[in-house]
Ligand binder design. Structure first.
Ligand code: UDP
Length: 251
């Protein structure tokens, strides 16, 4: 088979040209990075789990009418997705205070927010993805007012779907980040959820114990990422048979 053309290599994924025009193959690596890639490691099996978890969330979103780039999973580490023009903004939705919001505003981690809060960060690693307002977005032409309204509505719908799904398996969706792309049809474009939805870009806390099941374990060096991601996959019923990668205490 001819070698595929690499389009782009990011911190956790590689994009290859897809088999048909308008498609891309998204390959999930085992690399974990934090603090703008100042901390990095290889977590065996992370890419396999994230490929499967992102597929599960994206398929579910599509099923309830929230459009995504996902077409189909190709193998353990790869999925076929629609090529889109990525809007250079990270869209963060927060249900509870954590991370940079907790620090910036001095709101204790874990405090429930009065309503979900949507934030935009400008996607630029050299600048550390700074928080921006709609004023910046319009002034620098990163997205139109119409796009921003649609992005907020898409992000809140993703939040409702994901919060409910995860609540059903005993997990609190504290916050998450998505990326949104423009899919063109002639002059018209629609916005769809792109990139990935995995524990790399969500904060997931066990509802009963409060244990973290996300990338904070790696950021803060407080536990095994692969065990936590496998636990998320196990609860979502994505691991075949009784394959419990995480040893669970017998009682
Ligand atoms: N997030 C992400 N990529 C980033 C920044 C944040 O996926 O480059 C996610 C992060 O995992 C968390 C949410 O967005 O679920 C909010 O992150 P926050 O702004 O608190 O920043 P962090 O503490 O992750 O640096």
């Amino acid at each position: 088979m001819a070698r595929r053309k690499k389009i782009y290599e990011g911190k956790a994924k590689i994009m290859f040209e897809g088999p048909e025009p308008g498609t891309i193959v998204q390959y999930f690596k085992d690399d974990a990075t934090a603090f703008n890639a100042k901390k990095r490691d290889i977590i065996q099996g992370k890419g396999v789990l994230n490929n499967r978890i992102s597929e599960h969330f994206m398929v579910g979103l599509d099923a309830v009418g929230i459009p995504t780039h996902f077409i189909r999973r190709l193998n353990m580490r790869e999925q076929l997705v629609r090529a889109v023009e990525i809007i250079p903004l990270e869209v963060v939705v927060r249900n509870y205070s954590a991370g940079t919001m907790a620090k910036r505003l001095g709101i204790e981690e874990g405090t429930p927010l009065p309503r979900p809060i949507v934030e935009f960060c400008y996607k630029n690693d050299d600048l550390g993805d700074p928080l921006v307002t709609e004023e910046h977005i319009f002034a620098f032409n990163w997205a139109s007012q119409h796009d921003v309204e649609n992005m907020i509505s898409l992000a809140l719908r993703v939040n409702d779907y994901m919060s409910g799904l995860l609540f059903g398996v005993g997990i609190r969706l504290v916050d998450f980040k998505i990326e949104i792309g423009r899919q063109y049809d002639g002059d018209y474009h629609r916005l769809i959820v792109a990139d990935e939805i995995t524990p790399d870009c969500c904060r997931l806390w066990d509802i009963e114990s409060g244990d973290k099941l996300d990338k904070d374990l790696f950021r803060l060096d407080i536990g095994s990422l692969s065990e936590a991601y496998a636990e998320v996959a196990r609860r979502l019923d994505l691991l075949p048979g009784n394959e419990l990668i995480v040893p669970r205490p017998s009682n």
